[in-house]
Design a protein around this ligand. Structure first.
Ligand SMILES: *Cc1c(COP(=O)(O)O)cnc(C)c1O
Length: 390
């Protein structure tokens, strides 16, 4: 093989993406210190409707202070994986605090939600197991299911009847285990399943239940402890520190026994360097602050209600969103992209989401709201929509 030829596939795939208008590239956006609502791009300030910093904590001085304190005390690296010598007292304390706050037996910190999702399910299953995942599950869940080599079936989005049908059919097969994986707030649609019904269903069929609460923790449930907070019968719940908590990393909440099992068997936990002290510091500070941010959550919920109602009054479809993630469904790829550009040229950052991330004909502008957005920001967005013509 000629040395040029071996790179052919790269060129071919990239030009295919360009032809489909789906080629993507990185661009540099800087946060505007402590505002939580703005980002800077090419020297200009934009109202940012695409960040997951739902409570504006990523610039919070209390998080920075704790991060700095831990750097001074523990250094910049954690020197090894958790099982070797990367579990400092601060790692352990963080897990204790998580378990206490969420009222569960145990918590285990992972480096990222992606790493947790892509490696946990494989440790719970064998080639003879069945994974039932929502059709719109986050890519990390899908990767985990593929890596596990268990049988994967995907049920229609939030459709618990379809899930039940699949569970009933599975009862006739000889799967050694069944794991149900879903999200409490879906990242593209901002909706979620009926959790009580889901728990009931998983219990009746003796299935493991894994709920990803990446977009719920900090925002939803009592003191922002997630939509599954206080509910018995969820085997594993995932939360992230990278979204509402304004930092980085992830955690799973589970029984003591399951934690012990993951510590011994989960490659995504075992074979990676532990989170560095600075990150543990920010996470710890955030964990102390988030439960008290009732006013911020209220502001965010008010923003959500106001914008969704205003969009619906204008005849925009927002799907089944019930959360701070609001899809403004436009339809065609090109129109969604053109609207993104129109918003951008008028000082607003909001991302067009197109297939394959969302179904064909359902291209959209995805809005994520923060407690830091003011009414004027929302009005500015609505006015731009009002004048929009394609
Ligand atoms: C963001 C996200 C993840 C990944 O979490 P990271 O910590 O950013 O890797 C997992 N699941 C869902 C639903 C997410 O939105």
């Amino acid at each position: 093989m000629g040395s040029d030829q071996k790179y052919d596939f790269i060129e071919k795939q990239l030009s295919k993406r360009r032809r489909q208008d789906r080629h993507r590239s990185l661009r540099v956006l800087n946060p505007v210190a402590e505002s939580g609502a703005y980002a800077e791009f090419e020297g200009k300030q934009f109202v940012n409707f695409s960040s997951n910093d739902y409570l504006g904590l990523s610039g919070d001085p209390r998080l920075k202070e704790k991060a700095n304190e831990y750097i001074e005390q523990y250094g910049t690296g954690s020197t090894a994986s958790r099982l070797i010598c990367g579990t400092y007292d601060i790692h352990q304390n963080l897990e204790t605090k998580l378990a206490n706050l969420f009222d569960v037996e145990a918590a285990l910190v992972f480096n990222t939600g992606f790493q947790a999702n892509s490696s946990i399910v494989g440790t719970l299953t064998t080639r003879n197991s069945l994974i039932l995942a929502d059709k719109r599950s986050h890519n990390s869940i899908l990767q985990g299911a593929i890596l596990s080599r268990a049988k994967l079936l995907r049920f229609s989005h939030n459709d618990l009847q379809d899930l039940e049908d699949k569970l009933v059919t599975a009862a006739d097969r000889s799967y050694d285990r069944i794991v149900i994986m879903t999200e409490s707030v879906f990242s593209m649609d901002g909706d979620g399943p009926d959790l009580d019904e889901l728990i009931d269903l998983s219990q009746r069929h003796q299935a493991f239940l894994f709920i990803d609460e990446a977009h719920a923790v900090g925002i939803w449930g009592d003191q922002g402890r997630g939509l599954s907070y206080g509910k018995e019968g969820v085997d594993l719940r995932l939360g992230t520190f990278g979204k509402a908590f304004g930092s980085f990393g992830a955690f799973v909440l589970c029984s003591r026994r399951l934690k012990e099992y993951l510590v011994n068997f989960c490659p995504g936990f075992i074979y990676t360097t532990a989170l560095p002290p600075a990150v543990i510091g920010a996470n710890e500070a955030s964990l102390e602050i988030v439960p008290m941010l009732e006013d911020e959550r209220q502001k965010l919920h008010n923003n959500v209600r106001y914008l969704r109602e205003a969009l619906n009054e204008r005849g925009y479809e927002t799907g089944s969103s019930t959360s701070q993630i609001i899809p403004v469904i436009i339809g065609s790829d090109r129109e969604a992209l053109a609207l993104q550009e129109h918003l951008e040229s008028n000082g607003i950052l909001a991302t067009a989401i197109r297939p394959p991330t969302v179904p064909r004909g359902k291209s959209r502008i995805r809005i994520t709201l923060s407690s830091r957005h003011k009414k004027t920001h929302l009005k500015q967005f609505l006015e731009l929509l009002d004048e929009w013509e394609y």
